[in-house]
Design a binder for this molecule. Structure first.
Ligand code: SAM
Length: 312
């Protein structure tokens, strides 16, 4: 079960279409037999970077939508839910994160959330595609708030898989803010990559991952949990709701050797959140604690991944 699990993808000539009355649509096919369409008010960008087709369109319902190879990456309307839960949950659980690594994250939304923590002394972001970062600097300021200029921010343009294998840096929190397991992002769901990320963690560090929507991508989550359970003392996931990641809950992988991190008392999280003095629209200490309470169908996926790892 260590091979990454592929997702479907939108045929490139279907990403942007015009209907019979002249309305333009941005279409996403991430799951077989299921397509989502957003009515477009204007196409901001549609071209290939060195690695991916980047489409950015303004839409009626979700503001500015960023798509890579036909898969929705981030939208200006709901990006806060995803970025807040993937950034603040590990950082506030850790309690003393000084050095953070983001793999992926080209739009800058994750970096913006991490850098809200004044306790973070250095943020390294390893992004494959400098075309995404350059575009984001100019056209996605509502998402990244120009955080790239923060003196604590260090951008590395490289394949995250290679960086994880070769870096001699160490981190307290590692956030995998990647595309889905298709194309260049596929390597970021492999057992080798996760093992290399573990090597980069300081004692007491935590690795978190974007792990798709378990309702549609159960195999992807089970694969990550299988790999995490083979590497870490605590291999779990937590949940959030991001409307444009269609299909209900989104899962975030959680891997650490410090079992206490997942069980930090609410009182402690409240104290840490208050002293961080950050503003959020989705994350709160109570939401943090609740995010680890899994509905049965997700708990079953996690249990299957952990049991498969035990079986070896
Ligand atoms: N929020 C999105 C999601 O959950 O799918 C992720 C957004 S972010 C734009 C994903 C980034 O991962 C992209 O900028 C893409 O270029 C980057 N990426 C894909 N494969 C990569 C790799 N192997 N190494 C580093 N970055 C990669």
């Amino acid at each position: 079960m260590s091979a990454a699990v592929k997702t479907a993808s939108t045929p490139h000539d279907q990403i942007l279409t015009t209907d019979e009355v002249g309305r333009q649509w941005y279409n996403e096919v991430l799951h077989d037999g299921f397509k989502v369409a957003y009515e477009v008010t204007g196409v901001v960008y549609d071209s290939k970077t060195a690695h991916q087709r980047l489409v950015v369109a303004d839409t009626v319902t979700f503001g500015r939508v960023v798509s890579l190879d036909g898969i929705t990456q981030v939208t200006s309307e709901d990006e806060y839910a995803y970025h807040e839960m993937l950034a603040h949950t590990p950082i506030l659980a850790h309690g003393a994160a000084r050095r953070v690594l983001i793999i992926g994250g080209g739009d800058g939304g994750m970096a913006e959330e991490v850098l809200k923590h004044k306790s973070v002394e250095r943020l390294t972001m390893v992004e494959l595609d400098d075309g995404v970062v350059e575009f984001a600097r100019e056209h996605l300021p509502t998402i990244n708030k120009n955080c790239f200029d923060d003196e604590r921010f260090h951008l590395v343009i490289a394949d995250g898989r290679v960086f994880a294998a070769e870096s001699d840096e160490r981190f307290d929190v590692i956030i995998i803010d990647s595309t889905d397991p298709i194309g260049p992002g596929e390597v970021l769901f492999s057992s080798r990559f996760y093992a290399d990320c573990k090597r980069l963690l300081n004692d007491g560090g935590v690795l978190v991952t974007q792990n798709g929507v378990p309702y549609f991508q159960a195999d992807e989550l089970r694969n990550t949990i299988f790999n995490f359970a083979s590497l870490f003392a605590d291999a779990r996931c937590y949940l959030g709701v991001v409307p444009t990641y269609i299909g209900g809950f989104m899962a975030f992988g959680w891997g650490t050797d410090d079992k206490t991190l997942r069980k930090v008392p609410l009182k402690t999280l409240k104290r840490r959140f208050k002293s961080s003095a950050i503003n959020t629209r989705y994350y709160s200490p109570k939401v943090h604690k609740a995010a680890f309470a899994l509905p049965g169908f997700v708990a079953d996926i996690v249990r299957a991944g952990r049991n498969a790892a035990k079986a070896g």
